[in-house]
Design a protein around this ligand. Structure first.
Ligand code: MN
Length: 228
């Protein structure tokens, strides 16, 4: 072999080595968990919820739970499960599942929250929902007042819920990432009272935010169709 061809061989080998180090050894798997698209424009809920709040809440807070899931689920005991299965199993796993539950619960709760909101959605319950609210919760006016009061009164970060449990409507409050679906309950509506949900628009006036969401944004047709 001539000196030139030997040099050429060394040079091309070095280049190949550098290229193999730079390239990922295994193609990165597609992220298993994908944040569902927002079902409306980020400006659509104003003035009750501003575009800035939506951009932060959906685009940063909610998105971060998906980023975390895609980091921690692969190679864990939860790999291959649906988001809802992870919520249920990590809740049942107690302390050892807590870190997973916090991310999965928040991902699921926000997925559901966005679905319940609709600008110009049904403003009044109808059909079996209206009947159940009359039967179980004292009529729509009383229902709204109680839902708002109980949700506003949650201490710290959490969620106010309307649930259907054994055929009856009820209110429930959860803290942090907790969710009634971890205990097998069917959820019909929710209001997020983490400060990131309202602080940009309402500062400390949580009660005003909760009342405005219940009065203006919850889509009561969606809530009715969630019933068993
Ligand atoms: Mn939130």
């Amino acid at each position: 072999m001539s000196t030139i061809s030997r040099r050429h061989l060394l040079a091309t080998s070095s280049l190949a080595l550098v290229a193999s180090l730079a390239a990922p050894r295994i193609a990165r798997a597609a992220d298993a968990y994908k944040q569902p698209p927002l079902p409306f424009a980020d400006t659509a809920l104003a003035p009750t919820i501003s575009a800035q709040t939506i951009q932060l809440h959906y685009g940063k807070h909610h998105a971060s739970y998906y980023t975390a899931l895609n980091r921690i689920v692969p190679n864990s005991a939860y790999a291959g499960m649906t988001l809802e299965q992870i919520v249920v199993k990590s809740a049942a796993d107690g302390a050892s599942g807590r870190a997973m539950f916090n991310q999965a619960g928040q991902a699921w709760n926000h997925d559901f929250y966005w679905q319940t909101l609709k600008p110009g959605g049904a403003r009044q319950p109808s059909g079996k929902l209206a009947q159940a609210i009359d039967r179980d919760l004292g009529g729509f006016a009383k229902f709204k007042e109680t839902f708002a009061a109980r949700t506003t009164a949650i201490f710290g970060s959490g969620w106010g819920w309307l649930v259907e449990d054994n055929g009856k409507l009820a209110f429930e409050e959860t803290s942090n990432a907790d969710t009634p679906i971890a205990r097998g309950k069917r959820v019909l509506a929710t209001v997020d009272v983490w400060e990131h949900a309202y602080y940009v628009d309402y500062q400390n006036r949580r009660a005003d935010h909760v009342k405005a969401v219940i009065d203006n944004l919850i889509n009561w047709d969606f809530v009715r169709d969630r019933m068993a």
